[in-house]
Design a protein around this ligand. Sequence first.
Ligand code: IPM
Ligand code: MN
Length: 352
Amino acid sequence: MKLNIALLAGDGIGPEVIDQAVKVSDAIAKKFNHDITWTAALTGACAIDAVGEPYPDETHEICMKADAVLFGAIGHPRYDNDPKATVRPEQGLLKMRKKLGLFANIRPTFTFPSLIDNSPLKRERIEGTDLIILRELTGGIYFGARGRLDDGNTAFDTCTYTRAEIQRLAKLGFEMAMARSKRLCCVDKANVLETSRLWRETVQDMEKDFPEVTVSYEFVDAVAMRLVQWPNTYDVLITENLFGDILTDEASVISGSMGLMPSASIGIHTSLFEPIHGSYPQAAGKDIANPLATVLSAAMMFEDAFGLKEEAELIRSVVNKSLAEGIVTEDLAGKNKAYKTSEVGDWLAGNI
Ligand code: IPM
Ligand code: MN
């Protein structure tokens, strides 16, 4: 199969972890006789430095023409510490999500048997956890009107959702639940927010179209608590943009390291696959970052964008093997030998 993939490495550790995902994908292509064309493009702080814009038109063109986008991470401390910066790397990410129509962000959380004791949570709490948070990605407070009033002394951000935006996200959630345990949790703050009441009303109206799915409605504050107490009682959760952002970071600690969890963003145009971690600037260039979240994002890409399930399964199985054999970066090594980012990538590719 011919696979035309846009490669957006981004900033910080992005290029290093992306390199390993490319090694692994190339090994898969060789084994299964696929022909991958990688087209690199700029995004994030590196794009601001090069062309003054975090998501240049040229990058968008490349993404639109590709069959999938593999993305590293963006962000740079130079901008984090400067609240007055008018151009920021993160704007590139938001623009990209909006222009590619990536309205659904799929963030799975699962445990790896060999890492269960790496989690800060007790084994008995997290064993068997296998949940998906489906986060709305192109609406809500991230994209609402914002500004300053009162000579800059008052600030506002607004959260808006349309019924259609909620329906298209919820439909995916119902379909995912149908393919899994037929349980769906709608996470909102309907005791306070009008947008949340519209979410709840819309999802309730859709229940009749999916009679086999059992839907629960929970407030986001309660979910934040339950997620770390009994994560294995959840299956598919759907939620709006900001709640999803917060809950997915929280959920990532269940697996033991932020460096492990992949994600997929899907919608209208080309789908995008990226690790859920950020650009981790402190580790950039040191060859120490954990590449597994990006490698597992490549696995999601093979399966979801190209329907290549066997290829995805092979990547997951060599990742499990590397964990079981201790071929891991310093975040997971504990007292044992820590391998370099590139060594983990070489080992994975070699085992494929
Ligand atoms: C994420 C990130 C982004 C977000 C930032 C970098 C804008 O935290 O992908 O979760 O908030 O969506
Ligand atoms: Mn986030």
